[in-house]
Design a protein. Structure first.
Length: 142
């Protein structure tokens, strides 16, 4: 785990149960003066921590450095927070690359119009990566 975030992650663990939405945690971090890049890094580490993935330990999976850029057919279809959620899962090693691409393709083929965060979370839940939507949450996927 990045040593510089150890204290922040400890505080988040004390303040927020694992099931608290990332948005609430991000709002808290923003109120503490962290910028978007720092918040993204902290949330990625928190996601990995909650999933039980040991960050930078001897068992940490070797992941090639790569950059995922949206193709022309993907641009504009994903809401920014939905795409960020996918990238955070991918960066935390919770989501294998093949599952990442599967979720992207499935979202593009099954969703009508813009793909929102709730839609991606529903898809992630369907492959066992995320918890299902709360009662009353609806997905537009067929």
């Amino acid at each position: 785990m990045a040593e510089r975030w150890t204290q922040v992650l400890d505080e988040l663990r004390r303040r927020f149960p694992a099931e608290v939405e990332a948005g609430a945690v991000a709002d808290f971090l923003a109120s503490q003066g962290y910028n978007r890049q720092q918040i993204g890094e902290i949330l990625s580490l928190r996601t990995a921590q909650i999933a039980g993935v040991p960050a930078e330990s001897p068992g940490w999976p070797v992941r090639p450095d790569r950059l995922r850029v949206q193709g022309p057919h993907e641009r504009g279809r994903f809401a920014p927070d939905a795409w960020q959620y996918l990238l955070a899962l991918d960066a935390s090693a919770v989501l294998p690359s093949t599952v990442f691409e599967h979720l992207v393709e499935r979202a593009l083929s099954l969703a009508d119009g813009r793909i929102e965060l709730d839609d991606i979370r529903q898809l992630a839940a369907s492959v066992g990566v995320d918890a299902p939507l709360a009662e009353g949450g609806r997905s537009r996927f067929h």
